[in-house]
Design a protein around this ligand. Structure first.
Ligand code: C5P
Length: 230
């Protein structure tokens, strides 16, 4: 497991701004999360350029692959061997065979995580797509399937930490977004926890975006968060 517990979500569509943030945050010992928006704006070349300013910073490539096993394996192989992220993810709903194929294809230095149920889907939205199991039970089922397939962990919301830590054991990575330092703006997040609460409950890593990226001094905001979890 990488030593950095905090990954900052760099959700910007300006490459120079991303590089400035990445450089200063890596100096504060923060990992970097780049996702679909950034990848689709700038491609793998843009990721390489952005990370070139912080060659030692761990990268969480949040691309959430979901397709047939052969296609996902090909995508995971291409991107993980080229960009060597510390963490990369797929959708657990792609199934056991897809996750096993993804894991086999993944660069050995990258840890593969799964997304269980998107937090944007509630029980009603799941029912609309023919999925009658309540979200909470489905999250646990998919996390256990992820573990059985040999992946290293899941991305989970703060309210899922407790149950997944019990269901999946101590070695399982729980990468948790929806985190807000005490007193900071919620933005569009609804149910949040502070960094300390989430880690105390059993999260291994936290994804934090706007409380850092929109601060007047992002590196200082990051250092303040690190201080709060010491
Ligand atoms: O700015 P903020 O801290 O809310 O950013 C959280 C990051 O985590 C964003 O990149 C968002 O897409 C991601 N995320 C999330 N909730 C999930 C899964 C991912 O907020 N359930």
């Amino acid at each position: 497991m990488v030593s950095q517990k905090i990954f900052c979500a760099i959700d910007v569509s300006d490459l120079d701004k991303a590089k400035t943030l990445i450089k200063s945050l890596s100096e504060a010992d923060i990992g970097i999360k780049l996702g679909l928006e950034f990848f689709n704006h700038f491609g793998p070349d843009g990721i390489e350029q952005a990370m070139s300013v912080a060659p030692d910073a761990p990268l969480f490539l949040d691309l959430k692959f979901h397709d047939i096993p052969n296609t996902v394996a090909g995508a995971v192989k291409a991107v993980s061997h080229r960009l060597k992220p510390a963490y990369l993810n797929v959708h657990a709903a792609g199934g056991y065979d897809m996750m096993v194929a993804a894991k086999q294809a993944c660069f050995e230095g990258s840890k593969l995580l799964a997304v269980t149920v998107l937090t944007s889907l509630d029980d009603g939205a799941l029912s609309d797509v023919g999925q009658q199991t309540p979200a909470e039970a489905q999250v646990q089922t998919l996390a256990q399937l992820t573990k059985k397939a040999g992946l290293e962990g899941v991305v989970c919301s703060s309210k899922e930490i407790d149950v997944l830590r019990n269901a999946c054991g101590n070695d399982f990575v729980l990468m948790t977004p929806g985190i807000r330092p005490a007193g900071s703006a919620l933005n569009d997040q609804k149910r949040v926890m502070t960094p300390k609460q989430a880690l105390d409950l059993g999260a291994t890593h936290l994804v934090i975006g706007r409380p850092i990226t929109q601060a007047d001094n992002p590196a200082q905001a990051a250092r303040d968060i690190l201080e709060s979890i010491k």
